[in-house]
Write a protein that binds this ligand. Structure first.
Ligand code: GUN
Length: 283
């Protein structure tokens, strides 16, 4: 029987640990605060933003909410971020992506002070991840490392295959697995023999963005499978990039969808906010 990696439980544990830290910080007179900016009203973004604010409330982090109209100019958004960069009571700044088409997301990410970039998207934080310096790490891959560690799964020396090379998931995931001494392969749309490469994986991270793409023919007996995908099928049911029912019997551990990787992203965002406050305190 495969071990089902319970992201709901692990993310709850992390949030409870953070709640204790935030309470202790409050006792020393420090409040943790996150600014959340949403431009426009993309429905999916609204759900994410609401969940982020709910998590803040649970942990005791103050959330400052900026819901800006779709027609907000790039200059106005930059001006707001610069104001928040200077505000010493704000520890983290998050601009929910995607932003409307007339705004350049890369320019926005670069405007956020790297010390407050709790998403870990700023090139300075990406660079720090690559050279092993302390910075902020993208929340979904950081959450996957926590899922593995807290499930007692060792990464050291393992063949790790990451399918997907996005800046938010695939690339930072590969760097984190490398930092844990995994032997890492990154696959993408031009990879030849994708199936054969996946079959070699001790740890397979599926972030291809295609519903139920990976069936049992892609996985080695006893592998660990991490499913980053989240899709809604025709019956409005959630599924991942992995065909869970076909793969579950063959593997040693697997993340379900929902309740696997998904809840970890917000937990790690909260972790980064607390980290930001601790680092600001120590400067
Ligand atoms: N949009 C989808 N995922 C994310 C995320 O992790 N952070 C931000 N800021 N926007 C997103």
């Amino acid at each position: 029987m495969a071990q089902i990696i319970d992201g709901k439980k692990i993310s709850q544990d992390i949030k409870d640990e953070l709640k204790e830290k935030v309470t202790a910080l409050k006792d020393t007179g420090t409040e943790v605060a996150l600014a959340v900016i949403q431009v426009g009203n993309d429905p999916a973004s609204s759900v994410y933003v609401r969940n982020k604010k709910k998590a803040c409330e649970y942990i005791g982090i103050r959330s400052l909410s900026y819901e800006l109209p779709e027609e907000t100019t790039e200059d106005a958004l930059i001006e707001l971020i610069e104001k928040l960069n200077k505000n010493e009571t704000v520890n983290g700044i998050l601009v929910q992506l995607p932003v409307p088409k007339h705004i350049d997301p890369d320019k926005i990410i670069r405007t956020i002070s790297p010390e407050k970039d709790v998403d870990g998207f700023h090139p300075q934080n990406v660079g720090k991840l690559v050279i092993g310096e302390e910075g902020f790490v993208s929340c979904t891959p950081a959450g996957i490392i926590q899922l593995l560690k807290r499930s007692g799964i060792s990464i050291d020396g393992k063949d790790c295959v990451v399918v997907g090379r996005s800046n938010i998931v695939g690339k930072p995931m590969a760097m984190l697995l490398l930092r844990e001494n995994g032997t890492v392969t990154i696959c993408h749309s031009h990879t030849k023999n994708l199936k054969e490469v996946c079959q070699r994986a001790d740890i397979l991270v599926a972030a291809i963005g295609k519903p139920k793409f990976f069936d049992e023919s892609y996985v080695k007996d006893g592998a660990v499978v991490i499913d980053v995908g989240i899709h809604r099928n025709a019956e409005n049911k959630l599924c991942g990039d992995v065909d869970y029912d076909k793969v579950a019997d063959k593997v040693s551990a697997i993340t379900p969808v929902p309740g696997g990787v998904g809840p970890m992203t917000i937990a790690m965002l909260m972790n980064n906010c607390v980290e930001a406050a601790l680092r600001m305190n120590n400067r």
